[in-house]
Design a protein around this ligand. Structure first.
Ligand code: 4NP
Length: 169
């Protein structure tokens, strides 16, 4: 479909090279597979500026490729004030990201600003945690864990949007 997107989603972490690009890539693929890529706009950004312009972390790309998903096209950027005018859902990977976003939030923002993982419940899979752990300085297996958490929440987010924005289906 080539219509103007009705629903827009921005995934946010600290660096925009590990967690939020993983969420971006997984959700983008789910949206595409559902034939909704003209209706749901997907993007990601970091609250920090260290990695602007960079590709995702090699370990995040490897974890995704291991599941058959290529996220190598994504380029890191920083959250900007105009994101609050342009996105309906701004979803943080952890509470630190969320508190940074809450400080930026303009009073006019009428969308949903919150944690991402609780959306897993809409796919019938509530998770035991509501934060995606930062894998950057951790062990290699952390990236697999990030992928698994994010995949469940992404399925739930698509179910949630399908329920709450029925015109998009
Ligand atoms: P992300 O992971 O927030 O999931 O992209 C990180 C990436 C970089 C850094 C920290 C976390 N860093 O400190 O540079």
């Amino acid at each position: 479909m080539n219509s103007t997107p009705q629903v827009s989603v921005l995934f946010v972490c600290l660096g925009n090279i590990c967690r939020s690009p993983t969420a971006h890539g997984i959700f983008e693929a789910l949206v595409r597979d559902a034939g909704l890529d003209g209706w749901i706009r997907v993007d990601s950004a970091g609250t920090g500026d260290w990695h602007i312009g960079k590709s995702p972390d090699k370990r995040a790309m490897a974890a995704a490729l291991g599941r058959g998903l290529d996220i190598g096209h994504l380029i890191a950027r920083q959250v900007r004030p105009s994101d609050f005018d342009q996105f309906d859902y701004i979803l943080a990977m952890d509470r630190s990201n969320l508190s940074n976003l809450e400080r930026m939030r303009p009073p006019s923002f009428a969308g949903h600003l919150g944690l991402f993982l609780p959306f897993a419940a809409y796919a019938g899979q509530p998770l035991e945690t509501d934060e995606v752990p930062d894998p950057y300085y951790g062990e290699a297996g952390g990236f697999q864990h990030v992928y698994e958490l994010v995949e469940q929440a992404a399925r739930g987010l698509l179910a949630h949007i399908s329920q709450h924005h029925p015109r998009s289906i």
